[in-house]
Design a protein around this ligand. Sequence first.
Ligand SMILES: [Mg+2]
Length: 399
Amino acid sequence: MSPVNNTETEEMRKVEEKRREREVYRDKIRGCLFGGAVGDALGYPIEFMKEDAIWKKYGQRGITIYELDAKKRKALISDDTQMTLFTANGILVGETRGCLRGMMGPVAAYVYEAYLEWFETQNIYDIAGIKKDVRRICWLMNVPELYATRVPGNTCISALEELKNHSKYGYPDVIRKRNDSKGNGGLMRVAPMALDYHGGETLDAVDQEGGEIARITHCHTLGYMPAAFLVHVINRIVYPQREMSLEDIILEAKDTIRRIYKDEDHLAELLAIADLALTLAENQDDDVSNIHRIGAGWVAEETLGIALYCALRYRNDFSHGIIAAVNHSGDSDTTGAVAGNILGALCGYEAIDQRWKEDLELSDLILEIADDLCYGCVMEEYGSYRDPVWIRKYMEGGR
Ligand SMILES: [Mg+2]
């Protein structure tokens, strides 16, 4: 065998080994991403319904099975899942450039580009309307179903519109305080930041990057600190360093957030809502009463509080957890999505009931992105191993 072949064989062996090492995280990564989409799809039909109307239409337990779209015969995902997928696409583009070119900018800078592309999907009628000659980074722009508008958040739209049309410097402009929104649109889409973790960076840095991704559109401290909190919780569930209960993880997340955002306003409010979730999860009251004590979930800290509460209460029972998370007068699809992220990571994809897998829109695409986050880019700048499919997706925008 020639020396070249020897090197290539050795490199292939390493690639296989890397993939095998990552395999152990796959079920939880899939669970997190898929679980978020399930919660989103379950809550989407009742996003703007008050409790009385929910009980009247679905009975005293509320909505407990998907309501299928009449035309597509699918449970529709909303902007929460669409933006989560674009977050993942942006992260993987950045990571791939780092692997193949040996350098990359901040992760949030790639995610920012991905969000500008998502913004396009919401402003043109369908895929046929996009300009072919414009260079894009996201292969998701080639998926016609993602051009559906599913009540995208006003702040996401207005912030991206401003950045797209009035930004002098591109990503650097993101760090200017441009609005004072603490809506949950930043929080709802950051889970991929917690999942794409290959051990090279500190968890503090990963949490902060999660916060920065939310801050692209939501500049109030309570618009982005809950995102960092969520990233910490999900990361610890998927990549445990030692045996930790969910309570331990939440307490550690509180300490971490207190440290990394020590000079930020409204920190105490965020920590208090995490404590409230911990306390309420222990009582005997019904879920709706407990959720009312946290809030309606339209703002990020309340969404996080409701999701933590549902995950604590139903940590081994994905279905009951997301049913509790959506059935209230508040922002059902987003509380469902974030609770679904946490519960899906805790329970794993295999443990998610078949009924949630069968009728979910874009389920194969969600699993594909989950697996890409799981394995990551296994090519190296000076290596000879090349994966043409990965290069097309994450270097060439799927062209
Ligand atoms: Mg939504």
